[in-house]
Each structure stands twice: as C-alpha cells, then as structure tokens.
Ligand binder design. Sequence first.
Ligand SMILES: [Zn+2]
Ligand SMILES: [Zn+2]
Length: 389
Amino acid sequence: MTVPIAKLSFWGVRGSTPTVDPATWRYGGNTPCLELIAPDGTQFILDCGTGLRMLGSRWAAPNGGKTAETHILVTHYHWDHIQGIPFFSPLYVENNEFHFYSFRSKFLGRDSLKQVFEAQMAMPYFPVDMSAMSAKRKFKEVDGGDSLKVGENKITAQWLNHPQGCLGFRIETPAGTVAYATDNEPGDAKLDENLRELAAGADIFINDAQFTPEQLETTRKGWGHSSWLEGAKVARQAGAKTLVLFHHDPDSTDRMVDAILRQAREEFDSVFAASEGMVVTLGAPGDRVQAHMPGTRTALRREAQFHAKVCGVTEGGKDFEEETMVRDISLQGALISLKHMPRLQSELQVTMEAPGADGVQTMKLRGYVVRIDAGAEKGHSAVGVVFTD
Ligand SMILES: [Zn+2]
Ligand SMILES: [Zn+2]
C-alpha cells in the first residue's frame, strides 16, 4: 500500500511588490506563488505572483503525461498576485493546458481573469501579445462558497476581507488539507467566519501576516492585511495544525520576519514563516507535516573544522547548550585587511586556513570586491568581498 503524499512548494512569499534588497534575501523577494502536487498527481498553482517565473523555469510537466494539465487558482487581481503571468514560460508551449479559476470582478465583468491577461499584454506594456501564448487556457469563474472537485481533491472558495475582493481556497487532498488565505483583514464578522471555515482542522493554514499587531491597529488599518497574532488566534479557534505566516511586507527584513516568527511561536505551537524555496510535505508516515528548506538558497559551502559551543532551544521548547565541531560552513562574504588596494568590482582569490582537531584545512574561495575603506587602518584597506564560488 502506498501512502498518499502531497507536496507544497513556496515559489513566492512576499506581499505587495517584489524585493531585491539583500536584507530580504533569506525569506525571499518574489510575490505570491505556491505549487501543490496532490497524491493523485494533480498540479495546482496558487496565485501568479513573480514567483511563477521561477516555477516556469524549473518546469516539469505534471504527471509526465502528453498533455500537461495544471489548475491555477487566482485569489484576486492585485499586481502582486498576477504579475508573473506574462513571464511564465509554460504558457508559450503548445502542449500545455491550463485551467484558471478566479472570481468575476465587478470592475471587469465577465471573464475577469481573461481580461487581466489581455490587459497585461496589451501595448505598450509587453513586447508580444496574447497570440504568442500557445498553451491551451480555460477560464472558470468561482464564487465564494463554491466547491469543486479536481481529481481526488476538493476545492472550496470563500470570500475574504480585502479591497476589491479576494478569495481564500481550501484544498482537501487524501494526504491532508491546505488552506490558503492571503490578503485578508480581520474585523468583519461574516468574513472572519469564512476564514475559520477555510482553516477548520487544516493541516497547513497559510495566512496573511504582513503587518505587526500594532500596525494593524493603527497606521495600516483598512489596508486589507493581517498579522501573525490574528493568524495564531484563528489557527487556534479553527483547530488548524500548522500555521504558515505569509505575504511578508516588502519593508520587513529577514530579521524582522524572524522576530515575527518568534512571537508567533509563543502563541501557537506549530508555526513557520513562509520562505521562498520551502517545501512542505503532507501525509508522510510518522510525521504528517514536514518542512524542508532549500539547499540551493544557502550560500557557498566549504568543509571546515571549528570548535564551537551551541546554545539553542529544542523542538520541545527546552534550552540547551552543547560543545561540538562545525563540519561544514556556508559563506557569503568577508571583510579583509589588505596593504594592497584592489580594484572595486574585481575578483580576488582568497585562501583561508581553518584550524581544527585534524590539523589545518584550507578553504579556497573566489571573492568579488564590493567595498573598500582606505583609511580604516594605517597602511591597510578594509576590503569587503562577496564570495562567488
Ligand atoms: Zn497581495
Ligand atoms: Zn491584495
């Protein structure tokens, strides 16, 4: 007997607008796009933010079938949820077939999402028009309260509280249930109830956590977003198992998201902050929900041997302290004191020695000069490098 497993991948987690600031690099700068592969092989895509381009460039046809069918659920038409569409390369491949689901906007009328496609690619906004998109596209309107079946999976849509409307989606698969509720502001009794219905008993509850609770009460009231505190509250009320904080503010640095996550974990047991490249599996034996962080997003890795003391918190919430060895280290850059003055934006070869229990090891790295402070030390320059390989 095979165990049904669903795989949920986060391709874009940032709200409002993409960020390229290095301070937001760890959680990622692409706007909302998730992919869910259900146990029956059905491929769902949730929202078409800029993360969709990355998904397209790693495209593997679902099911390996002749016609690659994909079901794309779009929550609403704000830029950050549709901006990836023209840059999604599988739309330009004839054999692919896409089923789009979204609501009829009162501002657009019939075939709202189709109109969004046309408007995005109209002149002078994009170099080619819709005729270049050779994949088959089918559009289906869904309304709040609607349910539909795709393969073995049941999808339910519910209205959320957001300017010009937004749908939340609940996808029930044989491996578990995912509730995707981004772009929602608490405070409307009926729509708050919708949110709890979406999240009821969900294995994964993905919720808007753009603002801090303080911002939500003051300067950002009425902007259509939520906070980690609201997410934790709803997760508890609805009996959701794991909460994923999503739609990070473009002004939130990685350190700020870390702090948000830390606070949320004090309020609710199982919380993750959505991170670009994160993959969550549902239905794996033993542990129903497992999260994996992307190896590809970590920086350069080198074997090393450093003595280290490690202090932290266990999975069970206990503090611990342990003496150990660092076996492998990832490096992004360094500040090096040099008598020579290297050229800005030139390459340096850096060989470092790492002493350890088994003797001295050398680490060879190529660095790219990003900063020079000439007067930092007499006769020396402080040279900032980013390691490139
Ligand atoms: Zn948004
Ligand atoms: Zn929005």
